[in-house]
Design a protein around this ligand. Structure first.
Ligand code: PLP
Length: 420
């Protein structure tokens, strides 16, 4: 029974290389985070060996007494954290959670209405070649061309016009809060069910720093690995009346055996998310995003043709508008990468550039807040990014990289983790 460095040195080198990359750069992809060591331990445990089709107490396999405990704890913690009547913690990912939600709520051929992909929606909310676009009739609402905000009057008009069976609230790239009560009243008016996908902002909701969609929605889906900072996976919350349908849509409708090591890790993440320390981290996440939005709205940045969509942020991310900059999204992403900052390019609504290039950046603060960053560090990060976006190709990358390394050295990540 060999250690991975002996059995498979090529993969061990990838693990070591990735640890070094995460330790030595500033991770600012809005959908990423750093899990606690306890989550790594649960995910790297012997629970990976176990088949457990079914649900706690109702399994199709023997020997489930230990994993039943883990799943029951995860379910109870999820319900308590979000004040939900029912929780299903088995979805392997956010996308499979979403497939199960639609599977539970409607039939193939029925109508859905969600935020336009190009305006910040998600693939699973009706993109043409995604299952959601193939199985259902898709309608979309966009953001306002002037304010870049979701206008609930427009959502209502579209809903009245298209009469969807499910209305979807939620986003992958939107810097403001949605009005869930307004979504509920529109859904009621047109006889639709309301599904909110809180994958991005679930951590903020858990901390009480963002309105909760749970009291307003029929079903809420989420990932665990974004602002919550748990294992890469999904979960679904619902009203009791949908409990059976959701559970059977996940298994056997959508998946076979659940990933019990990941479910145990979800339980750990939900425990962490109920702490004061977690709340403090989410507050630093929000404060950091606001500081970045403020710095990128300053006159010296504006003079370079760079601005912040909607003029700021209420959440964990900032959308940078490069439509009037010499840099396109790809160039800006690459430039920041050479300075040691990882972000992703992102189309802005009404983007004139193609999707592979884009005219925007999505910059998120969850991972750095987890790393321990507060106002002082986020102010420095904001200035590094501003300096790069102002100077473009003429940026003194070495100088910025030195500033990045000072920050990463000051906040060691996984200091006790062994190299393989
Ligand atoms: N829903 C939203 C709003 C997302 O942003 C994402 C992830 O990007 C997902 C669902 C899908 O999650 P996963 O990548 O785990 O399938």
């Amino acid at each position: 029974d060999q250690n991975i460095s002996q059995l498979d040195p090529e993969i061990a080198a990838v693990l070591d290389g990735e640890l070094a990359r995460q330790q030595g750069t500033l991770e600012m992809i809005a959908s990423e985070n750093f899990v606690p060591r306890a989550v790594l331990q649960a995910q790297g445990s012997v629970l990976t060996n176990k088949y457990a089709e079914g649900y706690p107490g109702r399994r199709y396999y023997g020997g489930c007494e230990q994993v039943d405990i883990a799943e029951t704890i995860a379910i109870n913690r999820a319900k308590e954290l979000f004040g939900a009547e029912h929780a299903n913690v088995q979805p392997h990912s956010g996308a499979t959670a979403n497939a199960a939600v639609l599977h539970a709520l409607i039939n193939a051929g029925d109508k859905i209405l969600g935020l336009e992909l190009a305006h910040g929606g998600h693939l699973t909310h009706g993109m043409k070649i995604n299952f959601s676009g193939k199985l259902y009739q898709v309608g979309a609402y966009g953001v306002d061309p002037e304010t870049f905000l979701v206008d609930m009057n427009v959502v209502r008009e579209k809903a009245l016009e298209q009469r969807p069976d499910v209305i979807i609230g939620g986003w992958s790239a939107y810097p403001r809060q949605l009005d869930f009560a307004a979504f509920r009243s529109i859904a009621d008016e047109v006889g639709a069910k309301l599904w909110v996908d809180m994958a991005h902002f679930a951590g903020l909701v858990a901390a009480g720093l963002h309105p909760s969609p749970v009291p307003h929605s029929d079903v809420v889906s989420s990932t665990v690995h974004k602002t919550i900072g748990g294992p890469r996976s999904g979960f679904i919350l619902s009203r009791e009346e949908y409990a059976k349908k959701i559970d059977s849509a996940v298994f056997p409708g959508q998946q076979g055996g659940p990933l019990m090591h990941v479910i145990a890790a979800k339980a750990v993440a939900f425990k962490v998310a109920a702490t004061e320390e977690f709340k403090d981290r989410q507050q630093r996440t929000l404060d950091g995003a606001r500081l970045i939005a403020e710095r990128l709205s300053a006159p010296d940045v504006a003079a370079a043709g760079v601005s912040v969509l909607t003029g700021g942020t209420d959440v964990h991310l900032v959308l940078v508008d490069l439509r009037h900059s010499d840099l396109d999204g790809q160039q800006a992403e690459d430039l920041l990468h050479t300075a040691g900052i990882t972000v992703n390019r992102n189309a802005v609504p009404f983007d004139p550039r193609p999707p592979r290039v884009t005219s925007g950046l999505r910059i998120g603060t969850p991972a750095l807040a987890t790393r321990g960053f507060g106002d002082v560090e986020f102010t420095e990060v904001a200035d590094i990014i501003a300096t790069a976006l102002i100077n473009g190709a003429a940026t003194d990358v070495a100088a910025l990289k030195a500033r990045v390394l000072k920050l990463t050295d000051g906040f060691p990540l996984y200091p006790d983790l062994q190299q393989y």
